[in-house]
Design a binder for this molecule. Structure first.
Ligand SMILES: [Zn+2]
Length: 149
């Protein structure tokens, strides 16, 4: 999505939880505790994926997108379908999205990522990005990738 920014990825935390589970330091009932609200949100607003649940391996995961922000007023904290997000992003200046994966089979759930959406992300670099800037950004991310190796 065009205005997506400040992405925080929680896959490391998720892997840590799965490791704890494999090691027997936490039980499945500790991590498979999706609330009825979360499961309803997954059923009615969820985004189906083709990724298998890491716990039961019999159901595919569903992604639920929760939105937060002052501009949302009474809608804050509600789940939205993925198709509704770009519309909101063009209407509002800034709001937070939390993506949670849920298994409707065994109730596994975990935060996947969070990010900001909204028109504020358009300022400056919407369509005026010069080639030089693009090259600079590419160089920076390449250096970052190399640093991680
Ligand atoms: Zn499952």
């Amino acid at each position: 999505m065009r205005t997506q920014r400040q992405v925080v990825d929680y896959s490391l935390q998720k892997r840590a939880v799965l490791r704890e589970l494999l090691a027997g330091r936490v039980g499945t009932y500790d991590v498979c505790d999706a609330s009825p609200y979360l499961k309803n949100a997954a059923r009615f607003h969820g985004e189906p994926t083709d990724r298998r649940c890491p716990i039961c391996r019999s159901e595919n995961l569903t992604l639920v997108h929760y939105i937060y922000g002052d501009e949302l007023k009474q809608s804050a904290g509600q789940a939205r379908t993925l198709t509704e997000l770009p519309v909101l992003a063009m209407t509002l200046r800034e709001f937070q999205v939390f993506v949670v994966e849920v298994c409707l089979g065994c109730d596994w759930n975990h935060l996947v990522e969070q990010y900001l959406l909204g028109r504020d992300g358009l300022t400056g670099d919407s369509d005026g990005t010069s080639e030089q800037d693009a090259a600079g950004a590419e160089g920076t991310s390449r250096r970052r990738r190399e640093a991680q190796r």
